[in-house]
Design a protein around this ligand. Structure first.
Ligand SMILES: [Zn+2]
Length: 277
């Protein structure tokens, strides 16, 4: 009798296991499907158009959304994207492009310049210095800075890149947290929040963001590639948002109290690495 009970218990458990596996699989599949549908929607709603301004072709991607205002954005690859409310006419969009043409040209030119300074597969920037990323085949894994070389010891090149990426991320997390602590100590008596949590992420258009409600500052991983004085400026800038939300006179006066040369640092960051803060 007990053997029969055991048999049914076993069948029951196997059924539960199978059901759990199936559910996990279908959930994964569903989320992938919805993600795919979302991407298709974005691509479908995007329209590539062209306008001639001052005898020059200006290409742009237009997408219509449920928004109130027309937004303009230039990606680091220099492409111009415009999102507009659904009822906006092409004339309205193109009038805006014409009125902003100087800004568009200037921003695209700056990105073009920055793209020249971009990293290649074996030359990287670290704290404002250019280094050669050298892969050395080895049974043990390690990473060392020697002169202008960052030497990565690994089994193969793919693994070496992973080691370098992790090393840069860990470095950014430790280093940027340390400097945030240093500047937080300086400004702590003027702000009412405790030391914020520091997060490092790859970001396309910003050096940093701060979320006062979550007591969190997020820095772009690429900040670790810029010189120390630029890193300090971005950190103080983000911390200042805990005192002044907007970029107004009070905001910059507060920054200047702790960093009188903030303008030079910002210019260096804008000129060499792009305006993103
Ligand atoms: Zn800001």
């Amino acid at each position: 009798m007990s053997r029969i009970i055991c048999f049914f218990i076993k069948i029951f458990l196997e059924y539960i296991l199978l059901y759990a596996k199936f559910k996990k699989y279908t959930t994964k599949l569903c989320s992938k499907y919805f993600h795919f549908v979302k991407i298709c929607d974005i691509i479908q709603s995007m329209e590539k158009r062209c306008i001639v301004v001052e005898n020059k072709k200006v290409e742009y991607f237009l997408s219509r959304k449920n928004i109130k205002n027309i937004n303009m954005r230039i990606s680091s690859a220099c492409s111009l994207s415009i999102s507009a409310p659904r009822r906006t006419t092409i004339n309205q969009v193109e009038e805006l492009i014409v009125s902003k043409i100087d800004w568009i040209k200037k921003t695209q030119a700056r990105f073009r310049e920055i793209n020249i300074k971009r990293e290649t597969s074996n030359s990287v920037y670290f704290l404002g210095e250019k280094y050669l990323l050298c892969f050395i085949e080895s049974k043990f894994e390690d990473i060392k800075i020697e002169g202008q070389d960052i030497k990565v010891y690994a089994g193969d090149e793919k693994r070496a890149r992973k080691i370098y990426d992790k090393w840069l991320r860990d470095y950014a997390q430790n280093h940027l947290t340390k400097i945030t602590n240093k500047y937080y100590d300086k400004i702590s008596k003027y702000v009412s929040i405790p030391m914020p949590e520091v997060e490092i992420r790859k970001m396309r258009a910003r050096w940093g963001t701060c979320t006062p409600s979550k007591r969190k500052i997020t820095y772009n991983l690429a900040l670790a590639k810029t010189p120390e004085q630029c890193i300090e400026y971005v950190i103080l800038h983000e911390l200042t948002h805990f005192k002044h939300i907007y970029h107004n006179e009070n905001f910059y006066n507060f920054v200047a109290t702790f960093m009188p040369d903030w303008k030079e640092r910002k210019i260096l960051l804008d000129r060499e690495y792009g305006t993103v803060v």
